[in-house]
Design a protein around this ligand. Structure first.
Ligand code: GDP
Length: 434
């Protein structure tokens, strides 16, 4: 079950329970069974799901809850807490310091998305003011250097590699030395992967690690293997000191929930997830805000971080003001959307808003939607009748159908935007403020 669907199923189960006139044992069981089914479909281990169900039932003792207690809220909170527990590795991730040189080594099997993720990771930090650089020490896969070079050039990130040299240690050391001299504070070393977890791969990883002395080793893994991620993560951990994990392809695979929970069970912190092939389809992974978003409860503090990251300082108060009003004209939307678009793919940005439903902005529609928003003019939608649309179409050289589609997009986004009315900024993952 793709993550969006998993979140949708769990929030629907909670919603159905909320709609019931009386919340009794039967209603609670139906809700929990629905959640269980969704988690199992996402390949979360049976024992974890069963324990979760037992724990929720223990916490939510309907007989003991006096009338007047908000049962819906207590159950929702219990589901939230238990999901967090499943995904919490119980260990904080290691943090690097901007401005101080750090070497980060990426490891993982071939095809896991390691090279793509190296650039996404560099790009993410570059946007936050770091000075990253990429070193290609993958001499095993033909074309690996070209791929890294292409990605790095697109993102304007310095890179190092060689077509001739076949010794990965030599390249890694040369690259790290060069970028240390250039005062880069985040030197990323991409190592080779193989098809299998074989001795040669682990030996090479160990040697590159010895030679470059990384501050952090990041293990990249494809989410499609589901709960089998446990064995893979363990195998890599035993060969090299894995400090963090990035799980890729969370956009397209049925077993994302299984992969996330299995990695957490190895006590390895997941720091990012990959949600597409593009550079910005990459999300910080933080357990509480993640679960909050999964349940459609948003992550306003993440949203605020994004605003602060990409919107110029002097424009932030106006944007926040407009958001908290919750209503806007096409003009406001047009002006402010230029800022919103800078924040990343629309679905990713809006999933941070409470009440966001992925059905409002399914993946795949995003690019289309963004293109349409860019065509918006400042007309007032309230008086956008048929003849007006025809006039606009004539005036702009577009088909009436296109203007109508643009209006549909406007309405869809207006609905999402309206959720921001009365915007309050909670602390990270704090459900009580929502
Ligand atoms: P490597 O062999 O581990 O270095 O893997 P690559 O970086 O070459 O990636 C393998 C394929 O996975 C490429 O086609 C990437 O575009 C794709 N890919 C990487 N990350 C993601 C992701 O998060 N989502 C999707 N859909 N594709 C991804």
């Amino acid at each position: 079950m793709v993550l969006q669907q998993l979140g949708g199923s769990i929030s629907r189960a909670l919603q159905q329970m909320s709609n019931a006139t009386i919340i009794d044992e039967k209603v609670l069981n139906e809700c929990l069974n629905e959640i269980t089914r969704a988690l199992l479909q996402s390949d979360v281990q049976f024992k974890l799901v069963r324990d979760m169900q037992t724990n929720i039932k223990k916490i939510v003792n309907l007989d003991d809850l006096a009338a007047g207690h908000n049962k819906r809220r207590i159950i929702q909170q219990a589901v939230f807490n238990e999901l967090c527990k499943i995904l919490d590795p119980g260990k904080p991730s290691f943090t690097l310091k901007k401005g101080k040189t750090s070497v980060v080594m990426f490891v993982g099997l071939q095809g896991s998305g390691k090279t793509t993720t190296c650039t996404k990771y560099a790009f993410h930090h570059q946007k936050k003011g770091w000075k990253p650089a990429l070193v290609c020490a993958d001499t095993f896969r033909a074309g690996a250097f070209d791929q890294l070079k292409q990605n790095a050039t697109k993102a304007k990130i310095p890179f190092y590699g060689s077509y001739m040299e076949s010794d990965p240690m030599k390249i890694a050391v040369e690259g790290v030395e060069r970028f240390k001299k250039e005062n880069c504070d985040l030197i990323i070393v991409d190592t080779s992967g193989r098809h299998k977890q074989e001795t040669a791969l682990f030996e090479e990883m160990r040697q590159v690690s010895e030679a470059t002395k990384p501050d952090l080793v990041i293990f990249v893994m494809d989410s499609s293997i589901g709960q089998a991620a446990f064995d893979q993560a363990q195998a890599f951990k035993q060969s090299v000191a894995v400090g963090a994990v990035i799980i890729t392809k969370m956009d397209g695979h049925a077993k994302g929930g299984g992969a996330l929970s299995a990695v957490a069970a190895t006590k390895s912190p997941i720091i990012f997830i990959g949600t597409g092939e593009h550079m910005d389809e990459f999300e910080v992974f933080d357990v509480k805000p993640f679960v909050s978003r999964l349940l459609g409860m948003g992550d306003l503090s993440g949203f605020m971080d994004k605003i602060q990251e990409v919107v110029p300082m002097d424009q932030q108060p106006e944007l926040l003001q407009k958001l908290s009003e919750g209503t806007f004209t096409l003009r406001i939307m047009y002006e402010q959307f230029q800022n919103i678009l800078k924040m990343g793919p629309i679905g990713q940005v809006f999933s941070m808003l409470p009440g966001f439903s992925s059905e409002l902005m399914p993946k795949g529609r995003e690019k289309d939607g963004q293109a349409k928003i860019k065509q918006l003019d400042s007309s007032n939608p309230k008086i956008m009748n048929e003849s007006r649309m025809m006039r606009i179409a004539r005036g702009s050289g577009r088909l009436v159908k296109e203007v109508m589609e643009m209006m549909e997009e406007y309405k869809r986004l207006a609905k999402i935007w309206s959720k921001m009315k009365g915007l309050k900024i909670p602390k990270k993952g704090d459900m009580s403020a929502l």
